[in-house]
Design a protein around this ligand. Sequence first.
Ligand SMILES: [Ca+2]
Length: 294
Amino acid sequence: MGRFAAENEKTPLLKSGQTFKVNVQIVNPSAESVFAGGRVKVNALKDWNVSQDQDVHEIAPGNVATFSFDVTVPPEGHPELYPNRIYPLTADLFDVDGKRVSVTHTVVAVDIQKKGHEVLLTDNWVSANMPWAEWTCATYRHVSVPDAANGQEIVDALWTKLGDGTEVYALQSGDRSGRRRAATWKKMAEGVVEFDLKKPRHLTRIFFWESRTNDRTEAPIAVKLSYSADGETFSEPEECAIEWGAEVKDLSRQAEIRFPAKSARYVRLAFTANPVNKRKVMSLDEVWIMGLGE
Ligand SMILES: [Ca+2]
């Protein structure tokens, strides 16, 4: 699971702001030599408080000396604390000359609640790697019906089928090089999709990623947002300009819209194509709907 760790009985699960004891044992494995002593130090990440290094006295052959340290987890809300992560602790042993002669390490986890924190709700391909994501089984569908007789078409590739049969399409999937993982509307002035978050959620923001193309005019220029609790009655559409960021990352740019405080299960997005695109193509790689964790 990469940098994520499931709860594990061998990994202490701590709370933010909590002070806990770390015992470091120093063993002299020699049958003859006395360890002449030195210092022992415990290290943790920045903003984790660790009690001072300690003097180590002589340790006779085969003997064990134990040292107790206090370590304090950063307070709740610290930006470096994430759910489902592990944090390292190391202990260094220095001899009387200050030379590091031994090191050991362990990891601890911190119980961080997602409740009330902004999380990604749309089960995008990045959700597995984002600490602030919550799996919702969100899906989306195309509301627009292309008029084939006039050359209109929607291209949206099925990327994968999950174990429960949920089909994942382009706006929720991709990879670093995946141009195919974009939805494309051809000869359509507007493209409407409707996300279903499976239950009403408190929404905070929405992020868009443009298609990985060199043609910047394929990106939509505006979106009309409307919301629903039941999928039948929608709020009046609110039009928002999509202001694409200046930075191009992996051939694409990102835009963000902040929702007014809003609770909804269904989010309808009506994208406006850029009229200057010569091929009458609009494409979009990814939609991330953010809301408060539960
Ligand atoms: Ca995509």
